[in-house]
Each structure stands twice: as C-alpha cells, then as structure tokens.
Write a protein of this length. Structure first.
Length: 364
C-alpha cells in the first residue's frame, strides 16, 4: 500500500518510545511508554534533527494527550500518516499533485508556505532541538549527572589574554615556558621514603604495599569489618590481602558467569568454568562472609547527601597516602577513564557523551 503523504495538518500514529523528548513521554505514561502506540498525533513541520546521534528527517508534532505546548520530534521512518494533509510537504507530493499545485494559485501559495517553513526549521535546527543538548537535558532530568564537554571549563570561559605578537607572525620561543615559570621546578617523580635503587629490588607484594594505604586498612577497614563478623573468626591484615588477591585474580578473566566456579570441586576444564581454583587461599564461605561484612568507613553519615559516603574515607586515604609518599614529576598528564556500567543505581553513575560507552563511572 502506498504511503500517505505527510504535510502540515496531517494526522498519524507511532510507538510512544520513538518520540522525543522521551522524558515527557515517560512522565505521562510511566508504565506503558515502551509498548504504547499513540494516535491522533498532529504534524506541524518537517525538518532535519539529530536523533540517536545521527541526522534524520523528522516530523515535528503535537500529541493531544500532552497539551502543554511541547513540540515532539519523531523520525519520518517511525511515523505512520493515517490522515494525509490537504497540502503535502514538497518532497512527499506525487508528480500529479505537483502539477495540480502549480495549476491552482491557492495550493501553490500553501506549498510555498510549507517549503518556507521547512527551510526555516532546517536552518534553525541547531538552535531548537540539538540532539546532544536534548539528550543531556533528558539525562539530567532523570537525575543522572552528565559530564558534557560542550560546556566550557571555568578557565576556558575567561577572556583570552591579548596576543604578544601581531596576527600572522610566527614566533619561535627560545626558552620552554614551563622551565621559565618560577613556580615550576624541573624534577622527576620520586617516592619520598624509598629510593629508586631500593624500589628496583622490591618484590611485587612489597611494591603493592608501598602504593597502598595500609594504615587506613589497619585503623579503619579491618576494625569496622570485624564489628560486622559474627562467626568469631576475625579478619587480619594477611587474610585481607589474600581476599584482595582473589578479587584481583578473578578480574583478570572474562566469561566466568558464576563466582562459585572459582571454588568448584570439579577439575579445571578447557570447555568452560573458571581456569583456576582459589580453594587453597580461602574457602568460598569465608570469601562470602568477608564480602558481606566489609566496610570502608568508620565515619558517621553527614547531614548532607553524599552518594560516596561509604567509600569517601577510602578515597581520602588513597589521596593522602600518595600526597605523603610520592612527589610527582614537574610534567604530569592528567586524564580520566570510564568504567562502563549499565545500571544507574550505583555510586557515581553518570553519562559522558564524548566517551565510546557513555554510561558508567568516571574516574579522574
């Protein structure tokens, strides 16, 4: 069956989940937005919009059930025209209709008005419904923190200093500006309490303990965890390191769907399961007991909302440890990394649109 032409005043239907901004749809139909089909949707404009991170030809519409002035956007491919407009959009009119339009002055004027509206809407697309801005707004409306590079950092928002040379002149510096800065000393990174010669001879565990805030483990983690353990078998520092080692080792392998496989009594098989057994280091029961009882802070909850309260003291301990133990080089590169995560109910869940996998935890 031939598709009916869309135009100003056309009426159609589509799945609710295809309309943007989707936050309005979820607010109106919180339990049905994924499957509900909306009908009686009025088409007002046809324009190019960025939907799902790519430019698409879309209809701008009004949904009768949401009568608050919101203009919704939907890809033409996801919309069914049930009642064609008397004057279709120019690119959807049939050749015969185009001839009739040219023969009838009133229709020609209407078509010209529709074309003008289409051009105006396309030209103003960046200022109306830019997809990135729309996506960021929707995420923030859901209470998700968004790290958006399009928003300038405070230092970048300041007016630039006047150039010291005329436009078009190339200047070759004779001195590195970093070296010329009186506040910067040309030093290499170093550990304050261990020389590189001593570090060179250290074993792996000693290197790890040098970089790890062990004092916090002794004074905070172990005592608060032991308060939760009811079996009488209290956690010690050496057992904590074995527990941590089991976690690190398991993290090196993908595809082990059940953690219990690491303690399986069955022989290791190339056909599946865990490639190693951890029984000689710790029993599964003890591992689960420590996991359920481990605590990272002995501080009372603050009066304000802190999503990171349960790990804040651990973060502070790491930062303090490195500040006391390590002196960074005069030339340091600061970066961030993303831990991909799909469930927003986790500490620090946010979206970073510039990343290959936007949702997750961002680490600085």
């Amino acid at each position: 069956m031939k598709r009916k032409a869309g135009g100003i005043g056309a009426v159609g239907s589509a799945k609710a989940r295809f309309f943007h901004p989707s936050a309005k749809i979820r607010e109106r139909w919180p339990n049905e937005h994924g499957t509900l089909r909306l009908s009686g949707v009025l088409v007002t404009v046809k324009a190019t919009h960025c939907v799902n991170r790519k430019q698409q030809i879309c209809y701008e519409c009004r949904i009768p059930e949401i009568d608050d002035g919101t203009i919704f956007v939907i890809s033409v491919n996801n919309f069914k025209v049930d009642e064609a407009a008397s004057t279709p959009f120019p690119d959807e009119a049939s050749p015969v209709a185009n001839q009739e339009t040219r023969a009838t002055p009133s229709q020609a004027q209407a078509a010209a008005a529709a074309a003008t509206a289409l051009q105006t809407s396309t030209a103003n697309v960046d200022s109306t419904l830019n997809d990135r801005a729309l996506e960021v707004a929707e995420l923030r409306q859901q209470g998700i923190e968004v790290d958006d590079d399009n928003e300038p950092a405070p230092e970048n928002a300041q007016p630039e200093a006047a150039p010291t040379s005329q436009v078009g002149d190339w200047v070759t510096p004779n001195v590195c500006p970093r070296r010329a800065d009186a506040n910067v000393s040309n030093v290499k990174g170093s550990w304050k309490n261990n020389s590189w010669n001593k570090i060179r001879d250290m074993e792996e565990l000693a290197l790890f303990r040098m970089c790890f805030p062990e004092q916090w483990v002794k004074e905070v983690l172990i005592p608060t965890t032991n308060k939760q353990i009811t079996s009488g078998n209290k956690l010690t520092l050496s057992e904590f390191y074995r527990y941590l080692g089991c976690h690190f080792y398991m993290a090196c392998f993908e595809g082990v769907s059940d953690r219990r496989m690491w303690w399986s009594s069955k022989p290791v098989s190339m056909g599946g399961g865990a490639p190693f057994r951890l029984t000689e280091f710790m029993s599964l029961r003890r591992f689960n007991e420590i996991t359920s009882c481990i605590r990272y802070t002995d501080r009372p909850p603050p009066a304000f909302v802190d999503r990171f309260h349960e790990v804040r003291q651990m973060i502070d301990a790491f930062n303090d440890h490195y500040a006391n133990e390590y002196a960074p080089s005069w030339l340091s590169c600061l970066d961030e990394s993303m831990n991909s995560w799909l469930i927003k109910f986790c500490l620090g869940f946010m979206s970073v649109p510039r990343k290959p996998h936007p949702p997750g935890n961002e680490y600085h």
